[in-house]
Ligand binder design. Structure first.
Ligand SMILES: Cc1cc2nc3c(=O)[nH]c(=O)nc-3n(C[C@H](O)[C@H](O)[C@H](O)COP(=O)(O)O)c2cc1C
Ligand code: SF4
Length: 681
């Protein structure tokens, strides 16, 4: 018996046969258009089906009623015109052997009133949730009847559209869970008070659905195994609810998560980043599995084969949800089946994907730039058909590694220069505090692939112009990254940068001002690193709050780590100048709004974060010798066509810049720059 065989056994639920135990749980990547599954969305789900998953749970938080807002790009199942779209989605997934489900959700008080149809949010009781901030209307008897019937009609539409099964959301503290939860439900009628009363609305929804779709259709629910919130449902009550719903005979599976995203810190825990341990909520799924006799699904930060196989083999669950694992690598199951486990790109828990959705953008993966872009970007890079070329890449950070990987996949001869003794570039700095270590997985995978593909990796060798020209290149990719910029204020030369500190070039002093004019991970990471080593740290930003570039699954982790270490947080304050006074530094500060309010801070050290400036010496040296004089044809890049600019026909090679060597951005963009350029070389 193979080590991972448990994952490859089929599972039967009623008439459905699921080919293996790999599950992508319901999630909303925000790719849809006007409430219908877009081609982009279908291609995204299809890629996972092609990659071998058993169930593709689609339509995360699909709306069922007119008051359901689509602020995360949800599908709208509240009208019959959705049926043909479901048909297309289910047919295309079936073609690749995957079972499809749709998740039907009424967000209750988690809806916004100021979008879609401008209707109020509805909830069992008029208590506001701090994240979505709507003051909900308390549901009256006719609201309860109407929403129950909306659910049933939406289930019917899924069945008519050929969707194999439905998942009714009773998790993430959406409407049905709001009825269950004593923290939210304060009603005095037959829907409030005792657990039996609180369970009533959800059971009525399922009964109404069964009346329309019959006994054979597969319907499941998604629940929490512990709300982990003050006054909320504890594990024992969650097990009791699961037992009662299973015993009702109305449901065919239960998908279990942990916690509720009802405030910032609980949001960071329910969709955990690398801040939290692997498989932390598996015991909650296991506790429910022990009490019911229908299949149990579970997902939460299970990212590797060994944990997934153990969870199934030891009987903690029946289907293992690896939602972000399949965002990072949609071909994960197929690689296992082909004996290519080493090629699996594991999710590192950066939560760039979900953070973007929570900010109202589309989900993309920090390390796999093809995910969600299946219409234009390949997960399997095809070989070039226009001949082998000699590609020289300067710099082995994320951009350079990806450029080398993709060029080598194209079949080109690739030389990769890196002046340091190891690859990874900024990734090494970004993973300097213990809980950020998993980020280095990005470098490990890329490094492994580059080596496997036979790239000529020259560690410890600077890519000088002479060294590059000596290789007789056809293409030169400059991925030399950037150097930290302190900002443009008087006295900047007296300050250190976050990189200086994180790279160990500058020792943390006693009293430190960390000035963040960037808004992403770097400054809080540095502040935490220094506080950990005994510095008294104030972190300051001119923005109205820290970490404006990050969203709800990441900033709470950084803030918690800062506050735990006594770091003082100051917003709305601009650093105007730094002066030396004896062995101290004086920071001159101005309030961003009341601009006549100035003050001074006397500290031992000022550390700045203001992005990077490109390391462009090599680029500038090679530019006049290149055929395109360094120019990139943006329209060709976007259209997926080869670069053909030849403004200097005498030039022997094409020259391109990628990543921060072009402009200060982030890891994902560095990787995307390289993938989209090099896939057409
Ligand atoms: C981009 C994104 C959107 C999500 N949207 C939903 C959603 O609409 N409904 C839901 O129940 N869970 C949603 N989730 C949560 C996932 O279903 C899953 O529970 C979570 O990602 C943890 O599992 P994982 O660690 O395997 O990714 C979302 C997750 C991601 C990454
Ligand atoms: S962005 Fe991060 S958390 Fe999301 S799938 Fe990619 S590696 Fe995983």
């Amino acid at each position: 018996m193979g080590q991972y065989d448990a994952l490859l056994k089929p599972l039967e639920i009623k008439h459905l046969t699921i080919r293996n135990r790999f599950l992508s749980t319901s999630h909303q990547p925000c790719y849809n258009e006007a409430g219908k599954p877009s081609e982009r969305y279908i291609r995204y789900q299809e890629e996972k089906a092609r990659g071998g998953i058993g169930i593709a749970q689609c339509g995360g938080a699909t709306g069922i009623a007119p008051e359901n807002s689509a602020h995360y790009g949800q599908i709208d199942a509240s009208r019959d015109d959705i049926v043909p779209h479901f048909k297309t989605l289910s047919d295309r997934l079936r073609e690749h052997g995957a079972v499809s489900t749709i998740q039907l959700t009424h967000g209750g008080r988690r809806e916004r009133w100021d979008s879609t149809n401008w209707l109020p949010a509805y909830a069992p009781s008029p208590r506001r949730e701090p994240v979505h901030r709507s003051f909900p209307k308390e549901m009256e008897d006719f609201d309860i009847r109407r929403v129950r019937d909306c659910y049933a009609q939406a289930v019917r539409r899924c069945k008519e559209g050929g969707i194999d099964a439905v998942e009714v959301t009773c998790a993430s503290q959406t409407l049905i869970e709001q009825f269950w939860s004593p923290a939210v439900n304060k009603r005095a009628d037959e829907y409030g008070g005792s657990l039996e009363n609180r369970m009533r609305f959800g059971l009525e929804v399922l009964e109404a659905a069964r009346r329309l779709v019959g006994e054979d259709y597969v319907i499941g629910i998604r629940v929490t195994g512990d709300e982990m919130t003050e006054g909320g449902l504890g594990p024992a009550e969650c097990v009791e609810i699961a037992r009662a719903y299973a015993a009702s005979g109305l449901i065919d599976f239960i998908s279990v998560i942990g916690g509720v995203p009802s405030d910032y810190i609980s949001t960071a825990k329910v969709w955990p980043s690398m801040w939290l341990p692997s498989a932390a909520f598996l015991p909650l799924a296991s506790a429910i599995k022990a009490e019911v006799d229908i299949p149990i699904f579970h997902a939460t930060r299970i990212t590797d084969l060994a944990t997934a196989a153990r969870a199934v083999e030891e009987g903690h669950l029946d289907m293992v949800g690896m939602t972000r694992a399949f965002i990072a690598d949609p071909h994960f199951p197929k690689k296992l089946m082909e004996g290519r486990e080493d090629d699996i790109r594991e999710c590192v828990g950066a939560t760039y994907c979900i953070d973007r959705v929570l900010m109202g953008h589309d989900a993309v993966c920090v390390q796999n730039a093809a995910t969600g872009r299946e219409e234009t970007m390949p997960h399997i890079v095809p070989k070039a058909t226009n001949g082998k070329r000699r590609v020289i890449v300067a710099g082995a950070g994320p951009a350079g590694l990806e450029a080398a990987r993709v060029s080598a996949e194209r079949g080109h001869e690739v030389v990769l220069f890196e002046r340091e003794a190891e690859t990874g570039g900024q990734l090494g700095i970004a993973s300097r505090v213990a809980w950020r270590e998993p980020l280095s997985g990005i470098q490990r995978w890329l490094d492994g692939q580059v080596q496997k593909l036979g790239v000529d990796l020259r560690l410890g060798q600077e890519a000088t112009a002479a060294a590059v020209l000596a290789e007789s290149p056809d293409v030169v990719v400059i991925a030399t990254g950037g150097s930290p910029n302190k900002g443009w204020f008087e006295g900047a030369e007296l300050c250190a940068t976050t990189w200086d500190v994180l790279a160990g070039r500058v020792e943390p002093a006693e009293n430190v001002l960390v000035y963040d004019d960037q808004g992403a991970q770097q400054a809080p990471l540095c502040a935490e690193f220094m506080a950990e080593r005994g510095s008294k740290v104030e972190i300051m930003t001119p923005a109205r709050e820290l970490l404006t570039e990050l969203s709800d699954t990441t900033f709470p982790a950084f803030m918690a780590e800062l506050y735990k270490r006594g770091v003082i947080v100051t917003a709305d304050t601009r650093l105007l100048a730094v002066k030396r006074e004896g062995n101290k530094l004086v920071a001159v500060l101005r309030n961003e709004f009341a601009q006549d309010m100035e003050e001074e801070r006397v500290v031992d050290q000022v550390v700045c974060e203001h992005g990077t400036l490109p390391n462009e010496d090599l680029y500038l040296a090679l530019k006049p010798l290149s055929r395109n004089l360094g120019e990139l044809d943006q329209r060709a890049l976007i259209a997926g066509a080869p670069q053909a600019i030849a403004s200097n026909p005498a030039g022997a090679f094409q020259l391109f810049r990628v990543g921060d060597a072009l402009a200060s951005r982030n890891i994902h963009t560095a990787i995307y720059d390289s993938l989209r350029l090099c896939k057409d070389l």
